[in-house]
Design a protein. Structure first.
Length: 601
C-alpha cells in the first residue's frame, strides 16, 4: 500500500508448470524404522533422481512500508499459549482494495524508522534480520527500554545507521546528540545479545561526562572506568568483566601492550576520533591494536585539514578500505556506506531554539592540589574570625576557588580549557562562530593567549567604548574571526549577537537570570538557527555546590509559576546570605548584608 494515496498495488504470480515426467522415482519399497527419539521414520531404499527445473523469478518492487501503530498482534501468555487478536467486525469492501482512510486514521499514521543494513552485508540471514527487525520506535517504546526523552527523528536515523554496522563513523555536528545516539545503539546491541563487551575510548576530561550520560540514557548497563594503579588495570585488560568499560586515550597508549593482549571486545567506540587522524601517531597505533569485532568512531570533525585525516580514522574503523594516495572523490565513494553526517541546517526544523549541553568535568591533579589547599586555609581563616566574619570574606574565598576551577594559577592546567579546545575544533571546522562567556576579565585574557590560533576578539568593560562597535562588526563579518571572548557584564545588555551559533559558559554566575540575559544576546528573534549553549561545571567543587542550590530554586520556581508566561523571570533566584555561608558550613553572624557581587565587566 502506498502511504501517500492509500492505493493498493496488487501482484500476481503463476507458479511454474512442473512436468511430473521430469522427476523419476525408481520403484522401491519403503521401509520403516524407529529413531533414537522413539519416533517412526519412513524412508525409501534408494533416493529419487531429481532433475533441476527452471523457475520464473517473481519480480516484485516494494516502494515503502507503512505500519499501523494501533494494529494488534498476537499475544503470548506466561504459560506459552498464543492468543490471536480479536477479528474486526467491519469487513472490507473488497479483499484486494482497502477502503479510503479517514482523516483520523491518516492523522494516526506516523513514520517508522527501519534499521539500515550496510551495503556490504552479503549474508542473506543478516539482511533478513535487518529487514524483519521491528522499527526503532517499537524497540525503544517497550517498557523494558525506557528513555528520559523522546529522540528526534534524525537521531533515530542515526541509531538505525549505527546498530547493524561493524564499521561506522557518526560525524554529526556538535550539539546534535552523538553521545545519546551511540549509547542507545550500544544498549540495543547488548539487549539483543549481539554484544557483551564494549570498550569506549574518549579524552580524559570527558570520562565523567560519559558516565553521566550512560546513567541518564542507559541506567541498567553496568560501567567500569579503567583507571587506578597498573596492577588493577592489568587485571581489567586480562579479563574484561563488565558490559561497558570507559578508558581515556592516554591510558590506552600507556597500557598498549596490556590492551593489545586483551580478549577481543565485541565493540570499540572512539569518541573525538579526530585524535587518531594522524595514522602514524602513538595514540592511533595503540587503539588500532585493540582486538574487536565492531569499530565505531564519533567525531564532529572527520576532516580538519586534508583527506588523509579521514584515512587515519578509517585505519581504525575499516583497515585497508582507503589509502592516502587515493583521490578525494574515490575516498568519499569508498566510505559513503560507513559514514553518516548531519548538520544543524539539515535538521533545523526538528531542533528546539536552544540546546543546552552540561559539561561536567573533573579538575586536573594540579588544580585539585591548589583547590584543596586554598579551601582548607580559607575555611580555617574564616572559622578563626568568629563573629567578625562578613559575607565579603566568604565571597573572597568563593571567588578564589572558582578561579582555580577555571585554571590552576601555578601551572596553567585546566580541565575546562581541554574541553573547550576540543569543542572549538568542531566549531571552526563547521565554519560557525562561537562566544565564550566568563565573569573575569583576567580569565578572558588567559583564554585569549591559549586560543590564539582562533584569532579571538575580546569584548569587556576595559575595552574603550569607541572600539567596541568595530569589534562586533569584525566578529560578524570576518570569517577568520570565529571566536568572541565576552564578559557577563558587557554582554548582558544591548548587544545583538544572533549570528553566533554556539555559546560557552566557561564559568557560572551566581544568578541564573544573569546567564539567561547573556545567552539571550546570542539567541534572539531572527537567529539563523538553534543555538547550542555549553555550560561548564567542575565536579566536587564550589561550582557544583552553587549549581545544585540554583537548580533547586529553578525547580521550585517552575512549580509555582509557568516559566513560559510573560513577565515570569527568576531574577531573584540568587544565593541568600545563609546559603553562601552554608557553602562552607559556617555559622551566620547577625546583621550582615546579603548583597551578591556585581558582574565584572
Amino acid at each position: 500500500m502506498n502511504p501517500a494515496d492509500d492505493s493498493v498495488t496488487t501482484y500476481s504470480w503463476s507458479p511454474p508448470t512442473v512436468d511430473v515426467a521430469t522427476i523419476s522415482t525408481p520403484p522401491c519399497a519403503p521401509t520403516a524404522t524407529v529413531d533414537e527419539s522413539g519416533r517412526l521414520a519412513l524412508f525409501a531404499a534408494d533416493p529419487p533422481a531429481i532433475v533441476s527445473l527452471p523457475i520464473r523469478p517473481l519480480d516484485v518492487k516494494v516502494q515503502s512500508f507503512c505500519f499501523d501503530p494501533a494494529a494488534q498482534t498476537a499475544s503470548t501468555t506466561p504459560d506459552g499459549e498464543r492468543h490471536a487478536p480479536p477479528r474486526t467486525t467491519q469487513p472490507l469492501a473488497s479483499p484486494l482494495v482497502a477502503p479510503p482512510a479517514s482523516a483520523a486514521a491518516q492523522a494516526r499514521r506516523k513514520h517508522y524508522t527501519r534499521v539500515r543494513p550496510p551495503g556490504d552485508m552479503i549474508k542473506l540471514v543478516d539482511r533478513l534480520r535487518c529487514v524483519l527487525e521491528p522499527p526503532l520506535e517499537t524497540l525503544l517504546g517497550r517498557t523494558a527500554i525506557e528513555m528520559p526523552a523522546a529522540p528526534f527523528p534524525y537521531q533515530l536515523e542515526g541509531m538505525a545507521f549505527l546498530y547493524p554496522r561493524h564499521a561506522a563513523v557518526l560525524a554529526d555536528e556538535m550539539g546534535l546528540g552523538k553521545t545519546m545516539q551511540a549509547i542507545t545503539s550500544i544498549r540495543l546491541l547488548l539487549r539483543s545479545g549481539e554484544a557483551r563487551s564494549v570498550l569506549l575510548v574518549c579524552p580524559k576530561p570527558l570520562v565523567h561526562n560519559w558516565q553521566a550520560e550512560f546513567a541518564r540514557w542507559a541506567p541498567e548497563i553496568p560501567l567500569t572506568v579503567v583507571e587506578g594503579p597498573q596492577a588493577r588495570r592489568a587485571w581489567f585488560w586480562g579479563r574484561p568483566h563488565t558490559a561497558v568499560a570507559i578508558a581515556n586515550y592516554e591510558l590506552v597508549q600507556r597500557d598498549e601492550a596490556l590492551a593489545a593482549a586483551s580478549p577481543a571486545f565485541d565493540l570499540v567506540v572512539l569518541d573525538e576520533a579526530q585524535r587518531i587522524k594522524n595514522a602514524g601517531s602513538n595514540t592511533a597505533r595503540a587503539v588500532r591494536s585493540l582486538a574487536r569485532s565492531r569499530s565505531w568512531a564519533l567525531t564532529g570533525t572527520p576532516m580538519e585539514n586534508a583527506a588523509t585525516d579521514v584515512v587515519g580514522i578509517f585505519e581504525f574503523v575499516a583497515p585497508g578500505l582507503v589509502r592516502p594516495d587515493m583521490p578525494a572523490r574515490r575516498i568519499g565513494e569508498a566510505i559513503s556506506d560507513h559514514v553518516i553526517r548531519r548538520t544543524t541546517e539539515q535538521v533545523l526544523t526538528e531542533l528546539p531554539p536552544k540546546l543546552f549541553r552540561d559539561a561536567e568535568l573533573s579538575l586536573s591533579p594540579e588544580q585539585w592540589d591548589s583547590y584543596r589547599l586554598a579551601e582548607d586555609e580559607g575555611v580555617v581563616r574564616l572559622a578563626e574570625m568568629h563573629e567578625r566574619v562578613t559575607i565579603q570574606h566568604v565571597f573572597e574565598l568563593v571567588l578564589r576557588l572558582k578561579q582555580i576551577c577555571n585554571y590552576d594559577p601555578a601551572t596553567g592546567t585546566s580541565a575546562k580549557l581541554e574541553r573547550l579546545e576540543a569543542d572549538l575544533e568542531e566549531v571552526a571546522a563547521s565554519g560557525q562562530k562561537a562566544i565564550v562567556f566568563s565573569q573575569w576579565v583576567g580569565t578572558l585574557g588567559w583564554l585569549a593567549e591559549r586560543l590564539a590560533r582562533y584569532r579571538p576578539l575580546s569584548y569587556h568593560g576595559r575595552v574603550p567604548a569607541r572600539r567596541r562597535p568595530g569589534i562586533l562588526e569584525q566578529f560578524r563579518d570576518d570569517a577568520d574571526s570565529p571566536l568572541l571572548l565576552l564578559s557577563y557584564g558587557a554582554g548582558g545588555v544591548g548587544l545583538n549577537l544572533q549570528f553566533a551559533r554556539y555559546a560557552f559558559l566557561f564559568d557560572r554566575w551566581w544568578n541564573p537570570a544573569v546567564e539567561d540575559q547573556a545567552v539571550n544576546r546570542v539567541h534572539r528573534i531572527g537567529s539563523g538557527g538553534p543555538v547550542t549553549i555549553s555550560r561548564f561545571v567542575t565536579l566536587g567543587t564550589i561550582e557544583e555546590r552553587i549549581e545544585q542550590i540554583l537548580q533547586e530554586k529553578r525547580d521550585l520556581f517552575d512549580l509555582v509559576f509557568d516559566p513560559t508566561r510573560t513577565g515570569c523571570n527568576p531574577s531573584r533566584l540568587g544565593l541568600s546570605r545563609e546559603e553562601i555561608f552554608g557553602l562552607f558550613k559556617l555559622t551566620v553572624p547577625g546583621g550582615e548584608s546579603t548583597a551578591t557581587p556585581k558582574a565584572v565587566a
